[in-house]
Design a protein around this ligand. Sequence first.
Ligand code: 475
Length: 826
Amino acid sequence: MSAKKTSVERDVTINKSEFKAAVIKHLHCTLGTDENKANNHAWWKATCSAMQEHVLEGIRKTQKTHYLNDTRAVHYFSAEFLMGRLLSNNLQNFGLFDVANDALNELGVNLSDVLEEEPDMALGNGGLGRLAACFIDSLATMELPAIGYGIHYEHGLFRQEIQGGAQIERPDSWRDYGNPWEICRPESIQEVSLFGYVETKYGENGRIQKEWHPGHIVKGIPWDIPVVGYGGKTVNVLRLWQSKASGYFNWDVFNSGGYLDAQAENVQAETISKVLYPNDETEAGKELRLIQQYFFCACSLKDIIRRYKRAHGDDWSRFIDQVVIQLNDTHPAIAIPELMRILVDRAELDWDKAWNICTNVFAYTNHTLLPEALERWPARMLEKILPRHLEIIYEINHRFMKEVDKKWPGDNAVKARLSIIEEGNEKMVRMGHLSVIGSFAVNGVAELHSRLVKQNLFPEFDALWPGKLTNVTNGITPRRWLKACNPSLSKLIDKKIGDDWPLDLNKLAGLEKFATNKTFQKQFMQVKQQNKQLLAEEIKASLDIDVDVNAIFDVQIKRLHEYKRQHLALLHIMALYRRLLENPDYDMHPRVFIFGAKAAPGYKLAKDIILAINKVADKINNDARVNQKLKVAFLPNYRVSLAEKMIPAADVSEQISTAGKEASGTGNMKLALNGAVTIGTLDGANIEIAEEVGDDNIFIFGLTVDEVNELKASGYKPYDYYYKNPEIKAVLDWLETDYFTPGKPGALSSIKQSLLDHGDQYLVLADYEAYSKAQEEVDKAYRDKERWAKMAIINTAKMGKFTSDRSIRDYVERIWKLDSCPVRKG
Ligand code: 475
């Protein structure tokens, strides 16, 4: 072995017998049970508690260090954090995974089984929430002072069951049996006001004073979730707020309104943090959602200001040096008028000073261009829930309109486009506009996306404030998404290039020179085969489907959305089925198409696509004429912990969104990192992945953004494709029969209708042929074992750019201007 070996320096050193003793101690003293009685759940809790000793010590040291150094810190505001499981990650990051494994082994307990006991912390929908989780991992790993702020949802994203092929939603109850990681901090409880009215007063010297008389006050209880950096030195926290009734209730306000009674008060207050809205990329427009957003922003700002005042008293002059707040999409945008309210109404700063503070504190990340996802709140709703904030928003807008008039004198059209207020039947507040105006930096999440944010979403803002709109390409944490989820591949990489790649992912480039080495190819593909075997067992256990590990494992995992085009993959699967039926000798390498996806409960067509995938799967998997070559598996309840099992086993990664629609994607990065080869469109970060791996190591197909626009401008007619391509016609017609839904013809016809009669908004039919051809190329490439192994290795080797450490470095250097703050022993 020629490779140089470097070991990661670690803060916690504890050996096997000490670990054993700690676990036993907690089994006895924390759980009140013993080795003979304990089941896996008890072992899990005891192991967590043993770890928590080190975690708490890490938090204490980290906070002390940050306090003594009076550090500037980033505050990551996000309505979602999709954390997944914590035990294996924390063991991994403390460098204690193998120690724990051996210790539990000696106790007759299997660590993998114990890890399976942990419910996922699924406080997010998809990409945006998981990105937040990867980012706080990187922040801790890079020893940066940072805190995540969000909501302590009692119920995270729903659990998905599949019944008769259809999605059924069940409540998620991740903390029903207690969560060993979270720490309640009653000493930091905050109170938040809602509803009521604003009184205008005239103070001495004629100053107008506004006083908000709230109708309702709720308590925010902070729960801290530890975020252990790799190496275990810095342990930051994720602070999540739980709502509780405060006991305060303004009867004057509510008796006159008459729509709440004392009984309802507790329920109302506790409802705020009850459940995560399960809509990915659609704006729900619900009152409770706005209250959730304001609730966590107001608690978090109070928390930040309390901490600031402890060090700096009432002197606001250093606030912008100490505090930067990153808004994860517009969900926390209400923090902007809230900070203005605190500064103007409470601290009595004059408007310009307050605005200068705000616009130096906030930065905003946009995650989507889909019009239905851009948040707009009815002005009337804001007026009812947050009357003072609406006034402040009007004032921000008034002053902003004057600025616009200076740049484009008398141009009312540009004013209407740029205004925070959208006039119309119902006045709406545009949260994206508010976020751009109230922030000092705005970023998209991949090169293409950021260009489209500038060109299409906020063109005049870019002209008004050149340089404010920028790009930070997303990333993923290689600790969770390679080291922890794919131990076999990690060990192989360690042997080849040393074990410091989790901290410096560009080191993976060192694998490239082995891409054509026969021995390494064999080892790499053997690991893939083992991982496929493990997933095959999972598929058998969960769906009772036998899959052949020699088949191509073709994986599409992401939220179900028309723009992500799971139905494009489905049409192609049906076409393969049809080709095999028409010609039993049809030449293709056996393939297993594997899906994981949740649909928003109210998204009818998305649920129909899930039903269709399952119905087509049933037919194909049970059809002896084809099922040696073709299988389809839809794994229910896709979530972080399931992703960790699917990703290491994938040969092919499906990234087939309509060009211009997927802001970045991050699953694309996770799959490529684990040696899957992408079939994808020139969309989001796929473009940057293609740049890294080179055209020979990715299957790019389909319309580009410009071609999509041209086709739409020239009048796209999906029926043309239907009549021109007999295969498209055949599969769409097939969907309408009762072949897949015996006795229920038409059960799947909504998909055909959306593609033909409703205009095929996402150009599925326009891209079908190119996709089908690209899939033939995939088939050909896979059959050439050496070629495929080389492609897979190069994909892993070239993913260095996509570590979230690089994304965080970009934010730190270009936006946050933070210094790292090493936490020392002792
Ligand atoms: C993009 N979620 C991915 C990822 O940047 C990108 C919106 C509204 C309400 C609730 N959830 C949302 C999103 O917009 C979202 O998840 N966007 C995703 O963000 C991280 O990689 O392309 O679709």
